[in-house]
Ligand binder design. Structure first.
Ligand code: GLC
Ligand code: MG
Length: 414
């Protein structure tokens, strides 16, 4: 299980190409999606979390923890954990927090979206943070509350119930998964700022502070966890630091398919439909960006990989033969050259339907500049008459637009 913060950990806001998260995505979908849990743990409210998803190439997590560990939701439908809310109500009264914080002119209220039932959030100058935290804790304790005050990113001050926070939310999740007999073998916690510190205090958790971690987190580490070999400070930024930690702690494969310079050379000794799908869409991205070294070689390979009897139904419901698809691919070599064009796949789930055949369901995303598009995709892949080193044959692909994420280009393909 990976439990990762988003801003400046999974998501690098200083990398307009989003390369490190895209590397992580390809690794996760090729090697981990089917038997691991992806948990995002963010300070953002549901509103700002959904906004970030529209801006960045993010995968869909299995579990989403928002508002600094005060809101836990499950699955794509983001079903809230009601049991967690009960825990948070202990010695908490939002009205009292509001009443008392109003008396501090140094506290500037954050936007309305970030004020949540179990979280009050403000901006405070760095030099004032410690003093205000101390005073507020005393006052709120006198009023009968038991709160936790967290300073993050050198500017954000969150007031939460004592039992809340990213660490407590993770501990709660561990307990719940254990009761269901689903406790993961390993947990890797990933973060960059003050509200992530707690994640590293949960028993049996490996931790990575990404290279670009904030001063407040590094200071917490120096004071509290300096000699803990289970926590590292990566020398790579953001998601690249997460990949580095997977390798450092020996948690599993740590080579992203995105790092393979020649996808045709990436041969396997067994059939692996998830890997095949990840690889194919990496190829599509490179092809359209004009980054393939010997296009002819790839084209010949495509004619083999795409069964000529195969059928593609595009998201407008228009039918195309695989021969047409290959022909169109040929024509669009390099058509996105110099553009910010990226492709990634999400929630790749293969099901073996008979000894030769897999049905693979996934979400196929692409982004050009700021605009994201997404299609539910079902593909049938077959191993009939081929060796693992040749890869699986695609025999059918069917796509449906995801709600609100359509294109008006009717010739759309794949
Ligand atoms: C996110 C939230 C903000 C919070 C901060 C630190 O930026 O939007 O409300 O204060 O994380 O936890
Ligand atoms: Mg962060």
């Amino acid at each position: 299980m990976i439990v990762s913060d988003l801003d400046h950990t999974m998501v690098d806001h200083h990398d307009p190409e989003n390369l490190s998260i895209l590397r992580f995505n390809a690794l996760w979908e090729a090697k981990y999606r089917q038997d691991s849990l992806l948990v995002f743990s963010t300070g953002r409210s549901p509103t700002l979390y959904k906004q970030l998803r529209k801006e960045k190439p993010m995968l869909t997590p299995d579990i989403t923890i928002m508002s600094v560990g005060t809101e836990i939701t499950y699955g794509n439908a983001m079903v809230p954990d009601e049991g967690w809310v009960d825990v948070l109500n202990h010695k908490w009264d939002k009205n009292i927090v509001t009443e008392e914080t109003n008396k501090f002119p140094e506290l500037t209220l954050q936007s309305e979206t970030e004020q949540r039932p179990h979280k009050a959030s403000f901006y405070v100058k760095k030099e004032k943070a410690q003093e205000i935290t101390k005073n507020l804790s005393e006052i709120l304790a006198k009023r009968g509350l038991d709160v936790k005050i967290i300073y993050s990113g050198g500017m954000d001050l969150d007031i939460l119930p004592q039992g809340a926070g990213k660490g407590q939310a993770l501990a709660y999740l561990h307990k719940k998964l254990k009761a269901e007999g689903k406790l993961p073998q390993n947990t890797l916690a990933c973060g960059d700022s003050g509200n992530d510190a707690e994640l590293f205090t949960i028993p049996d958790v490996h931790g990575v502070m990404v290279k670009n971690a904030q001063e407040e987190l590094l200071q917490w580490h120096a004071e509290n966890a300096k000699n803990n070999p289970k926590i590292i400070h990566a020398d790579e930024r953001c998601a690249a630091g997460i990949i580095q930690a997977i390798g450092h702690f020996n948690l599993g494969p740590n080579t992203s398919p995105r790092d393979l310079p020649d996808l045709l050379d990436a041969k396997l000794d067994h059939f692996d439909p998830a890997y095949e799908v990840v690889k194919f869409y990496l190829f599509v991205e490179r092809w359209r960006r004009g980054e393939v070294d010997a296009p002819e070689r790839y084209l010949d390979n495509l004619k083999v990989v795409f069964s000529s009897a195969g059928l593609y139904v595009n998201p407008f419901g228009i039918e195309q033969s695989f021969d047409d698809v290959v022909g169109k691919l040929k024509d669009c070599y390099g058509d996105k050259k110099g553009k910010q064009y990226r492709v990634w796949v999400d929630q790749v789930f293969p099901v073996q339907v008979d000894s030769n055949t897999w049905l693979v369901n996934f979400k196929k995303w692409d982004q050009i500049g700021e605009v994201q598009q997404g299609c539910y995709t079902s593909a049938i892949l077959s191993c009939k008459g081929v060796e693992p080193s040749q890869g699986l044959t695609w025999v059918h692909v069917h796509q449906t637009w995801m709600d609100g994420l359509t294109s008006d280009d009717k010739s759309w393909f794949l």
